[in-house]
Write a protein that binds this ligand. Sequence first.
Ligand SMILES: CC(C)(COP(=O)(O)OP(=O)(O)OC[C@H]1O[C@@H](n2cnc3c(N)ncnc32)[C@H](O)[C@@H]1OP(=O)(O)O)[C@@H](O)C(=O)NCCC(=O)NCCS
Length: 141
Amino acid sequence: MSVIRHATACDLTQIIALNIESNDNAWAEQHFQAALNNNQIEVIENNQQIVAFAIWQTVLDEAELHLILTDIAHRRQGYAEKLIQSFIHQNAHIKKIVLEVRQSNTAAINLYQKQGFRQIGERRDYYMFPLETALIMEKIC
Ligand SMILES: CC(C)(COP(=O)(O)OP(=O)(O)OC[C@H]1O[C@@H](n2cnc3c(N)ncnc32)[C@H](O)[C@@H]1OP(=O)(O)O)[C@@H](O)C(=O)NCCC(=O)NCCS
């Protein structure tokens, strides 16, 4: 059975390991620690294993999705969709969610489009290693 909840300090090692395993632009450990301290990380736990997580920042009625990631072995089972839907459900005051995504990240772009995000702009050469354009996407809730 899977549960969606706020991350705790005990989850940090698993979250960082998942990120190293599957994120090209691995966040530094101190960024995860800061997000945890600010209560910005939501996880899905399945049989005591973190299978997916998302990092959000909320300012008044706007939110930004900084990172969403599903363990490679658990992809395409709806976990990322559940994290986005759960955040929206739990934060009824949020009117707009924004995010940036690599232009080549088809999986993530499809996920966001399926969840009602649309492209509103782009930032050329925004990402490094490799250099790549970021698409800016927005969802009006
Ligand atoms: C993007 C990512 C978070 C999706 O996680 P996931 O749990 O596998 O996604 P879901 O199972 O909820 O998929 C929801 C929808 O997203 C789209 N999608 C997900 N993976 C896809 C893929 N590999 N190819 C095409 N579309 C994909 C589909 O529309 C899918 O719906 P469907 O299965 O009914 O067709 C995951 O691939 C990942 O962790 N990638 C590495 C980290 C990353 O790039 N994060 C995003 C930028 S921060």
